[in-house]
Design a binder for this molecule. Sequence first.
Ligand SMILES: [Zn+2]
Length: 118
Amino acid sequence: MHELSFTRAILDIVLTHAEDAAAVTGIHVTLGQLSSMVDDCIQQYWSIIASGTIAEHATLHFTRIPATMRCTTCGSTYSLDDDLPCPHCGSTVCELIRGTECYVESIDIQPACEEESV
Ligand SMILES: [Zn+2]
C-alpha cells in the first residue's frame, strides 16, 4: 500500500506542474536505496490511477541513490555497502544521511499546441 499512496502523490505533483501540457511523456523519480518502494509496483499502480489523465501514457524512470552513512565519531561519510563499523575510525555510532529519498526529480512534457507552432 506504500507504493499506492506514493504513486498518488506523484500523480498529484505531475498534474499540478503539467497543467498546461498536452501530455506528460516521462517522469523521473528519485528513490533512495533504502526506500522500500518497488519500481514495478509504482509503474503498475500508475497505469491504473493515471488512466484518463494527460499523464496516463507517461513512462516512469527511476534513479536509485545509494545509502550513505556518516560516522558521528569522526565525521567521515561512507557507503552502507562498506562494512560497518566506520572504515576510518572503527566506531559503530553512525547516522544515515542519504538513502531514504523518494521524490519527483523532473517531468517530460509534450507542450500544448500554441499559435507559434508550425
Ligand atoms: Zn569514524
